[in-house]
Design a protein around this ligand. Structure first.
Ligand SMILES: [Zn+2]
Ligand SMILES: [Zn+2]
Length: 244
């Protein structure tokens, strides 16, 4: 099989790797239908994070289950699944409180730019879709793997809800999906802080009601004084490219 490995900043190779096997009864093996490069992959690529040893790349993925360990109950071979960037059991106290990426048994993201992938804690980490998605839906399901979850988490952490105003700082994938999350959570007014025209268009499509192009203090002032600004404006700040 082939997989993507970063050997050093700027040195990323597609190379032959051993096929993954079930190591624990809670594992699953999936064949990827879609994966992507994340902003957080760029930190080591640019040399901002050290690369001490060859590092399998990739942590955002969706695919079809090939094999499951004996203890996996929620998915079976043939199911289409969307995975989360950290493997989590979804049963410990931290997971049950809604912080699955800090699961007591979490395992770090790795190797999701390989053809097949071993996913630990499969019952907690993978979510099956109803039936097999059409090709054109797969990119959207890939977005649900990490960036939508992160945007949603930001909106929930900012207590976005019906009748409220949300300001989303940043218009990358996470920021845009925080706009979508704020819309889903019922925000009345959603301010997208964005300076890129094509992203502004997406933000408006996803539910933004206002676009603010200014940054810093000027951007804050503009957001506060936009015509219908609510007194309960909160900031849903995407976590940026350092978060997976
Ligand atoms: Zn957990
Ligand atoms: Zn990521």
């Amino acid at each position: 099989m082939r997989g993507v490995v970063m050997h050093a900043p700027g040195d990323v190779r597609v190379q032959a790797l051993d096929e993954p096997i079930i190591l624990s009864p809670t594992d699953a093996i999936i064949r990827l239908a879609a994966t992507c490069v994340c902003g957080s992959d760029l930190w080591p690529y640019r040399g901002a994070d050290a690369v001490d040893s060859p590092r399998p790349m990739g942590h955002e993925y969706a695919g079809v289950v090939v094999e499951v360990g004996d203890d996996v109950k929620s998915i079976k071979p043939g199911d289409f699944v969307v995975g989360s960037f950290f493997a989590s059991d979804n049963t410990c106290e931290i997971c049950r409180s809604g912080y699955q990426s800090s699961c007591l048994h979490r395992e770090g993201p790795q190797g999701a730019q390989d053809e097949p992938l071993r996913v630990p804690l499969a019952d907690g980490t993978l979510v099956g879709t109803p039936g097999n998605p059409s090709e054109d839906l797969i990119p959207s399901l890939l977005a649900a793997s990490a960036v939508f979850g992160t945007g949603w988490f930001g909106a929930v952490a900012a207590q976005v809800g019906p009748g409220k105003t949300a300001a989303v700082v940043g218009d990358g994938a996470v920021g845009l999906l925080a706009v979508l999350a704020a819309k889903q959570l019922g925000a009345e007014k959603i301010i997208a802080m964005s300076r890129h025209e094509y992203r502004q268009k997406l933000a408006l499509e996803f539910g933004a009601t206002d676009i603010v192009t200014e940054r810093g203090d000027e951007g804050v002032a503009k957001s506060r004084h936009s015509p219908e600004a609510s007194v309960r404006t909160r900031s849903s700040r995407p976590s940026g490219p350092r978060s997976p």
